[in-house]
Design a protein around this ligand. Structure first.
Ligand code: NAD
Length: 357
């Protein structure tokens, strides 16, 4: 197959981990006979430095002309002045909005070889395999915000329309049908009006999916249950900010932020794929960041945007294999494991992929 993939490394470890994901995608192209065209563009802090804009028009145009986008991470202390008018995250938020990426899928699947890496008890963790579906283009990150009283009062607005909620909840149900057929909708309906609309809408949509078990949960209780009984969840669907926070928490179930991939989907097959972690500036260029989250994001790209199931599964299998051989980056190391760098981890995964074919 032929596909054009926009590559946006961004800042910090973004370039380090993207390089390894590209190695893996190039190996897939070679082994399975695909023709992937990769084209790079600027986003985030590096884009501010070079163009003054965290999301240059050229980048948006390239993404729109591509089948999918692979992104590293944005941000860093250099651009962290809270008073700055132009910030790296604006690039990311602009891309999500500009590309209509309304749903962010974050699978959290414990790889058996990492059972002892997490600081949660193995008996609670064993079998964890959940999918968080986070609404991505609405909610408090996009609502009206500002200051008044001479800057001494600040406000942000959490705003959702019924249509926005329905679209993402429907996707969650469709995905649940291909999994264990259970959806949990997470909100704060005891306090927030936007959450009451969220719950009403989710409950109505659930009636169209009688084959899928449906539950609602308050976000604070969900934060607790994710640690206490993670294996009880299949698909969780929630608003933008709740999803942002709970997926960082859930990353600890998988051992490290460096393990968790994500897909941000638009209507149709177009999507943007990125690790859930940030740019970890203190690790940039040190060849020690874990590239697995980005490599698994590339696998999601093959699955969701290109429909290449076998190739996506082969990447996941290669990752599992190197981990079961005891190879680890520093963030998932445990006594007795062999700690290797970013590039060596990418090479080992490519080797396992090619050998497994
Ligand atoms: P972070 O995710 O960048 O890093 C937090 C810590 O997690 C790191 O210090 C490191 O110890 C560990 N870590 C993260 N990714 C890792 C990996 N692949 N391998 C090994 N260890 C890893 O979060 P932060 O330090 O809060 O933020 C740093 C910058 O990233 C900030 O500027 C923030 O705004 C930005 N950020 C960007 C995104 C994004 O681009 N999607 C997301 C979150 C944060």
């Amino acid at each position: 197959m032929q596909a054009k993939i926009a590559v946006l490394p961004g800042d910090g470890i973004g370039a380090d981990v993207i390089a390894e994901a590209l190695k893996v995608l190039r190996a897939v192209a070679q082994v399975w006979g695909h023709d992937f065209l990769f084209e790079e563009a600027l986003i985030g802090g590096i884009a501010i430095d070079q163009t003054g804009d965290p999301l240059p028009q050229e980048t948006l145009d390239l993404c729109r002309a591509s089948d999918a986008v692979l992104l590293g991470a944005v941000g860093g202390p250099k651009w962290d002045d809270p008073k700055a008018k132009v910030r790296p995250e604006q690039g990311l938020l602009g891309l999500r909005k500009g590309l209509g990426l309304f749903a962010n899928l974050r699978p959290v699947k414990l790889i058996p070889a990492l059972l002892n890496t997490s600081n949660i008890k193995p008996e609670a963790l064993r079998g964890t395999d959940l999918l968080v579906v986070r609404e991505l283009t609405g909610g408090i990150y996009f609502g009206e915000r500002g200051r008044r009283d001479g800057g001494k009062t600040a406000y942000d607005t959490m705003i959702y329309t019924e249509a926005e909620v329905e679209r993402v909840v429907r996707l969650a149900f469709e995905l649940a049908r291909k999994r264990r057929k259970q959806v949990t909708s997470v909100d704060k309906a005891n306090v927030l009006e936007s959450s009451r609309l969220w719950r009403e809408t989710a409950t109505r949509v659930a009636q169209d999916y009688p084959d899928v078990e449906f539950n609602v949960l308050l976000v604070d209780a969900c934060a607790m249950y994710l640690i206490r009984r993670p294996t009880s969840f299949d698909v969780l669907v929630m608003g933008n900010m709740f999803g942002d926070i709970l997926t960082d928490e859930a990353s600890m179930l998988a051992g490290s932020m460096g393990m968790l991939p994500s897909a941000s989907l638009a209507e149709g097959t177009f999507g943007m794929y990125e690790p859930i972690h940030g740019s970890a500036p203190s690790h940039a260029g040190k060849d020690d960041a874990n590239p697995i989250a980005t490599i698994l994001s590339a696998a999601m790209l093959l699955h969701y945007s290109l429909g290449l199931e076998e190739e996506a599964r082969a990447i996941e299998a290669a990752v599992e294999q190197v981990l079961s051989q005891g190879l680890r980056t520093y963030d998932i190391a445990e006594p007795g494991s062999q700690v290797i760098g970013t590039r060596a981890m990418g090479d080992a995964i490519v080797q396992a992929l090619v050998a497994g074919r």
